[in-house]
Write a protein that binds this ligand. Structure first.
Ligand code: 6PG
Length: 253
């Protein structure tokens, strides 16, 4: 089932709550149909509130022993580094829920980038039992959106935007944490469901460009996200949605 839904919520906290509720919903659906919930976490700061709410207020709503945690991308830093997307998830979610090590499939940011990318790709192939040419199909992928409309570590004009063979790539980006490992567009677009969490006025131009702008995925990589057989849910606060047209806002929940 494909399609896009936009929800505009009062403020960032409401986005965190809705995201946590949706994650719990998708977890229940996946565990009952697949027997497990392969979940791909977003990095950055926005998801922190959603992860904390999930761990503290929805702890009993998910069969956590069936959840397998992956990441959409990672900075090339140690897992204890404050910039690590793994470290953020460990602090806000995994550690609080005492998730077992075998359920955590982190990107090894401490390795040389090419090695980290190869190791993560091997981990995906093993977990999803992929044959050559197959793509992993996550039950749910969480994403944020950068001010420059990047998603994961797919930045504007990057060669990786046109990657069609690899599942994972090592990239250098224009960011305070330039060296990164990222899932490639094909993997993101093979998800059953994708939830974007975007808050703050600083993100409004990127939201406008991705949802309503002229087609230009090279300039606005968020436009690449269009699963062939999957739904996309945008959870926006009013500030991030503030430049959207009246039509988009009317159709939003
Ligand atoms: C990262 C993320 C990145 C993030 C956006 C938004 O490693 O930085 O994967 O894609 O989702 O940059 O970041 P904020 O939520 O911090 O605004």
């Amino acid at each position: 089932m494909s399609g896009r839904r936009i929800e505009i919520l009062k403020h960032a906290q409401a986005v965190h709550v809705r995201a946590a509720e949706e994650i719990a919903h998708f977890a229940g659906e996946a565990v009952s149909t697949l027997g497990e919930f392969p979940l791909c976490l977003a990095g950055g700061k926005t998801p922190e509130g959603a992860y904390a709410y999930l761990a503290e207020r929805l702890r009993s709503s998910v069969d956590w022993k069936e959840v397998h945690f992956f990441w959409s991308d990672e900075r090339c830093v140690a897992p204890t580094d404050a910039a690590s997307n793994f470290a953020m998830a460990e602090r806000t979610l995994l550690g609080r829920l005492r998730i077992a090590a075998h359920q955590v499939h982190r990107i090894q940011g401490e390795l040389a980038p090419a090695e980290a990318a190869a190791a993560y790709e091997a981990e995906l192939r093993a977990f999803f039992s992929l044959a050559d040419g197959d793509l992993p199909r996550f039950a749910l992928i969480l994403l944020g959106l950068g001010e420059n409309a990047h998603v994961a570590s797919l930045f504007p004009s990057a060669a990786v935007l046109r990657e069609t063979q690899r599942l994972v790539a090592a990239v250098e980006v224009d960011d305070p944490h330039p060296r990164r490992i990222t899932l490639t567009p094909a993997v993101l677009n093979n998800a059953r469901a994708i939830i974007f969490m975007v808050t703050g006025r600083n993100k409004a131009p990127a939201v406008k460009a991705v949802l309503e702008g002229p087609a230009d995925a090279d300039r606005f990589p968020g436009q690449l996200i269009a699963p062939s057989d999957g739904q996309v849910i945008w959870l926006l606060d009013q500030e991030a949605a503030s430049l959207l047209s009246a039509e988009s806002r009317e159709t939003a929940r």
